[in-house]
Design a protein around this ligand. Structure first.
Ligand SMILES: [Zn+2]
Ligand SMILES: [Zn+2]
Length: 298
């Protein structure tokens, strides 16, 4: 079972049409592939899918599911932003979409004085601007709000997968804003993991920060993964691909690390339920499947 459940496309901020990712997945020997475009937002945003595209996106995935059903299981999803002030209105309309699963992520923490939303994973310059203008330079306030939103999202929304848990650490690359070993940060993580533990959500192991060079480690960091293993919270492995060449990037690195930490299995969707796939079986399979088969043409 080689899979990736977190993938963008040209319906949002990804580079290619959906089918290009499917062809790459088949070439690499994937067994399942899930699309999770950024769900439309109630304000202008250059990386989210426009609201008038959603039905077309869902229909197109349904068409491709059927077209490639002999080769690959294809799943229909969205990466949904947690937006506390407006989530009640969005919740119901998202429920109507009959998605196979959902990924919940926190990108937006607050608004600038002029009403512009402030995202945590924009450029370092914009991060610093929001930190100073909205939070008076108080990084602890920012981080605590971020994890508080993740906990609220877990409790209120019951998304299948919690996306890139500690992505907010990415700006430490440019400036040492905080040390992950500080007691207050570890407490935030512990509280958040305990909230996820009693929910039905899985934690995503996301390789994108690592292969894009934005983080030295995975999302989440190794020490957090060790805590997740101790608490026996189920995980999924995703690459958060924005182009077809990224669909399995970092998987070898992540699988070896997860095995060393002591994880036995990953969660995988079989169309009916999420089942455990032994990591050993994916590692053994990886070598064979990462070699290209002859190129499948459309
Ligand atoms: Zn995201
Ligand atoms: Zn994403």
């Amino acid at each position: 079972m080689l899979t990736n459940y977190h993938s963008h496309s040209n319906y949002c901020d990804g580079s290619n049409p959906l089918e290009d990712y499917i062809l790459e997945a088949i070439n690499l020997g994937f067994t399942g592939y899930g699309f999770s475009s950024h769900a439309p937002l109630p304000f202008a945003c250059q990386w989210a899918m426009p609201n008038n595209q959603i039905q077309d996106y869902l229909r197109r995935i349904d068409y491709l599911k059927n077209k490639w059903k002999e080769e690959l299981m294809i799943w229909k999803s969205l990466e949904i932003d947690y937006l506390p002030k407006i989530s009640d209105e969005r919740r119901e309309s998202l429920k109507q979409l009959a998605l196979d699963y959902t990924i919940g992520s926190v990108h937006f923490l607050d608004y600038f004085a002029d009403g512009t939303p402030w995202a945590i994973d924009d450029s370092h310059r914009k991060f610093k601007l929001g930190l100073d203008e909205i939070f008076q330079g108080d990084i602890q306030k920012v981080i605590k709000k971020y994890y508080q939103y993740i906990r609220k999202m877990v409790r209120e929304e019951q998304y299948t997968i919690i996306g890139h848990l500690d992505k907010i650490k990415m700006h430490n690359k440019y400036f040492p804003y905080f040390d992950e070993q500080e007691a207050w940060y570890k407490e935030e993580i512990d509280n958040t993991l305990n909230t996820i533990k009693i929910s039905s959500s899985f934690i995503e192991v996301n390789t994108r920060g690592w292969y894009k060079g934005k983080s030295k480690d995975l999302y989440p960091s190794t020490w957090i993964l060790e805590e997740i293993a101790k608490k026996e919270i189920p995980i999924v492995l995703n690459s958060d691909a924005h182009m077809p060449s990224e669909i399995s990037l970092g998987f070898d690195f992540a699988l070896e690390k997860l095995k060393t930490i002591g994880f036995q299995s990953l969660k995988n969707y079989n169309g009916i339920e999420w089942v455990d796939t032994p990591i050993e079986s994916i590692l053994n399979r990886t070598e064979k499947t990462f070699v290209y088969k002859e190129n499948i043409k459309r």
